[in-house]
Unconditional design. Structure first.
Length: 604
């Protein structure tokens, strides 16, 4: 087993849920950050691969999905948006759907951030996102946000009665960060705002002080599901909060996005985008009512408790994305500090916030001794070997966190975590590679690679449908000590829908570590659904090319109101009596194995 100071990050889905107390850039939490879709969270596939499942990182499992082949955006690994992964929407009929969830509306505030690059902005309605039935129906109409007339951005909050647009025109082939904020606590004339790259470009009146708890799905790429005109272009990220962020929080999230996608924003407080622009988070204050003083973001470093944070002062940090599966023994003094993380974080301070607390959570690492860990700060820019800032010993907090209290940081400081004893803090690297791919329609092919299997006992292959409850199979390790070892396992009889996979690696002494979690959306052959007769007056029947067993069926009228159903079995088909329904249009919604289909019915 490798005895170096390896800080091997093994991100676990269940641990991400625990960590979700902080949202993007360390703002919000899983109780109010309802949606966080970033294309770089999609397990990497070949360019041009249709994407049926876009995982939500908010901790609320509000995943975006579309099961219909030909209507799915495709994956782009190196997009025009700073080379980051993105989804390419074809502008013809591509859309992604987030099933309705209470956290997506039904509040007196709302904040959305998006990162997009259009290629069909042409004056037609091109939806960035929307949560409504259709433009002719006002009830259950939460919001829409879309490119429209004169290539502007238009928004609705709770029906069209206060629709408003920007005077700014938007162009194809340009990277944008449009955001929408609704605050029902403000005077009606100030409730709705649109920002672009941090610049306020429209303030509008809104008569409603709250959003309805709409039963409609959230559509990405159109104003509502199956609207008819669609956004074309690259879509990199979408973030939602179910409250109006204060101005300091908004600026911090904007800096996170600006660093990631290399954009210039109105209040740019982080200039190290090209070198330390990864997983940027921050704290700061505009005034006593607009502040944020505790942030961790999606990385494992948390900063809080500023001793003297005043108006206009911010502290932001991001890392260099260096490898964390290997240690660095050259850029240390070699006497006090024997090894350090390759990864480091750079601080940018606007003003002087005073001393802060810095916490590293190493629960995701394989092995550690908290008493061995030290905070290293490079202030003069020549690396960590000279310890130009005295090494700091921390205080263990619980079993997995190390606290460095009252640290005086300066603008430009680079920090990392070191160890005083690499022999006593062995965090072994056993796993080189781990992948799970769909082999056939209902099979998953596991494959992984190891090295240095001394003291390795066995692998526990864990499989889950929700990332929380896991079933396992055991595979004995080859225990090869000197050569790379390859493993494979074919898992059969997977049902359609989302699946999660990870390895639990057991050693002879009873200790264990985890691999990262891999996700796979099993997309079985799409069922062909038929609704007949249509139009219909007395009854309608649903047939399918696949079994309709265990299908959840709902019906909604034009107002979005759910209707009582009396479902009758007619052979392999389902029959719905509709003789007492008024004339009009209806949506018949079918959900089976996590896949949702909508059928439109007309009653003359």
């Amino acid at each position: 087993m490798n005895k170096n100071f390896y800080l091997l990050l093994a991100l676990l889905f269940s641990q991400q849920l625990v960590q979700a107390q902080f949202g993007p850039a360390g703002v919000g939490n899983s109780s109010n950050n309802g949606l966080w879709l970033a294309a770089d969270a999609i397990p990497e596939v070949a360019d041009g691969t249709p994407i049926s499942f876009w995982p939500d990182q908010s901790g609320n499992a509000n995943h975006a999905q579309h099961a219909v082949a030909g209507r799915q955006p495709t994956y782009v690994s190196n997009s025009n948006i700073n080379g980051q992964p993105a989804l390419l929407f074809d502008g013809s009929n591509d859309q992604m759907i987030v099933p309705d969830a209470d956290i997506l509306d039904g509040s007196n505030g709302l904040t959305f951030f998006s990162v997009v690059r259009g290629n069909n902005i042409d004056g037609n309605p091109r939806g960035i996102f929307g949560k409504r039935i259709t433009y002719t129906v006002s009830v259950e109409y939460a919001y829409t946000f879309f490119f429209w007339n004169s290539n502007n951005i238009t928004a609705d909050i709770h029906t069209q009665n206060n629709r408003f647009s920007t005077s700014n025109s938007f162009s194809n082939g340009v990277n944008y960060m449009p955001s929408l904020i609704f605050d029902g606590s403000l005077a009606s004339s100030q409730r709705s705002k649109i920002y672009e790259r941090g610049q306020l470009i429209r303030t509008a009146a809104e008569s409603s002080s709250t959003l309805p708890n709409s039963n409609q799905d959230l559509c990405i790429g159109a104003l509502n599901v199956d609207y008819g005109t669609y956004f074309g272009g690259e879509y990199a990220e979408l973030i939602q909060f179910n409250y109006a962020l204060n101005s300091a929080q908004r600026v911090i999230v904007e800096n996170y996005l600006a660093a990631k996608y290399n954009m210039t924003i109105a209040r740019d407080y982080f200039s190290f985008k090209n070198t330390y622009g990864h997983e940027v988070a921050g704290i700061g204050r505009d005034d006593v009512n607009n502040l944020h003083d505790d942030a961790q973001g999606s990385s494992f470093i948390r900063i809080n408790n500023p001793s003297n944070m005043e108006d206009g002062e911010f502290l932001l940090w991001g890392h260099n994305n260096a490898d964390i599966s290997t240690n660095n023994t050259s850029d240390v003094d070699g006497t006090i500090i024997e090894a350090r993380l390759n990864r480091s974080w750079r601080m940018q301070e606007t003003g002087d916030l005073g001393a802060v607390d810095i916490i590293f959570d190493v629960a995701q690492f394989n092995r550690f001794d908290l008493n061995d860990l030290r905070l290293l700060i490079d202030r003069d820019g020549d690396g960590f070997a000279d310890n130009d800032v005295p090494v700091r010993m921390g205080t263990p907090v619980g079993a997995t966190q190390i606290l460095f209290a009252n640290v005086e940081l300066e603008d430009g400081d680079i920090v990392t975590l070191g160890s005083i004893n690499e022999a006593i803090t062995p965090l072994p690297l056993d796993l080189i590679r781990f992948e799970v791919n769909q082999a056939e329609e209902n099979k998953a092919q596991w494959s992984w690679q190891t090295a240095q299997e001394e003291n390795l006992l066995e692998f526990e292959l864990l499989h889950s449908l929700d990332g929380l409850d896991w079933q396992s199979e055991t595979l004995i390790a080859a225990r090869n000590q000197n050569e790379i070892q390859n493993y494979s396992y074919l898992q059969e009889e997977l049902g359609p829908g989302q699946h999660y996979f990870r390895l639990k690696i057991w050693e002879e002494d009873g200790s264990y570590s985890f691999s990262s979690v891999k996700s796979l959306f099993v997309d079985s052959e799409q069922a062909i659904l038929t609704l007949f007769p249509n139009p219909a007056k007395d009854w309608v029947e649903i047939s399918s090319s696949q079994s309709l067993e265990n299908t959840n069926l709902q019906a909604f009228n034009q107002l979005g109101q759910a209707l009582p159903l009396q479902v009758q079995q007619n052979g392999q088909n389902l029959r719905l009596p509709i003789n007492d329904w008024p004339a009009g249009q209806y949506i018949i919604r079918l959900e089976q194995n996590g896949i949702v289909r909508n059928l439109r019915l007309i009653k003359p």
